[in-house]
Design a protein around this ligand. Sequence first.
Ligand SMILES: C[S@@+](CC[C@H](N)C(=O)[O-])C[C@H]1O[C@@H](n2cnc3c(N)ncnc32)[C@H](O)[C@@H]1O
Length: 227
Amino acid sequence: MQRITEPELMDDAEQAAAYAAADFSAPNSLFIESLLALQPDLNHLSVLDIGCGPGDICLALAAQFPDARICGIDGSVAMLDIARQQRDDRNSGLHGGGPEFLHYVLPEHDLPAASVDVILSNSLLHHLHEPQVLWQSVIGLGRPGCRVCVMDLLRPDSIRQAREIVNRHAADEHEVLKRDFYHSLLAAFRPAEVQEQLAAASLSQLEVRVVSDRHLLVSGCLPGGSI
Ligand SMILES: C[S@@+](CC[C@H](N)C(=O)[O-])C[C@H]1O[C@@H](n2cnc3c(N)ncnc32)[C@H](O)[C@@H]1O
């Protein structure tokens, strides 16, 4: 089954609200476990979440690592509004005011080059019409030795399988969320396609693994020194 792209940004308010209200606890836990297997302590490190959406992963990491410098970026104002509201609602429990959430539509940004110790991204890659936007951002923003943890959906073999996955994991969710999930599955990449993207970016040292019936994980370190 060929990839069918979907709009890059989730900038519709209803869409962002449906996404923020959905239960992503299982994939978010899987993501955080995978990240901590790569880098167990984030305190005193600069951490960048690319395509942070409503900020759930940034906020969970900030609660666990109060001395990490965490920044989430996203191109959707609707998503960033939710992320900032969630942070401000929990502010009393977050050291130093919690994560920063900044608006950038990649590939455009003015973040300092080679400045980040840990780059993470969950469920952004399939939104990008040109996947090198993510990999070039990783190369440009990560310091030598930067830890990289990217998780994304995996494109199923068929439309029937995509429908089955939506029914298996999102049967009770909002119709808007189910529609977006289905389109996201069709827009996602196969592991071999991600491996080709990494090879084209000279990032073949990053490992690609299938980690659930609908997710793949890309993890490893940029070449060079240690963080
Ligand atoms: C499916 S959401 C994932 C949100 C979050 N990472 C999570 O795990 O819940 C994908 C996010 O990527 C953002 N996005 C897509 N293309 C982007 C781009 N070119 N630049 C910045 N953000 C982008 C969307 O606006 C959306 O908030």
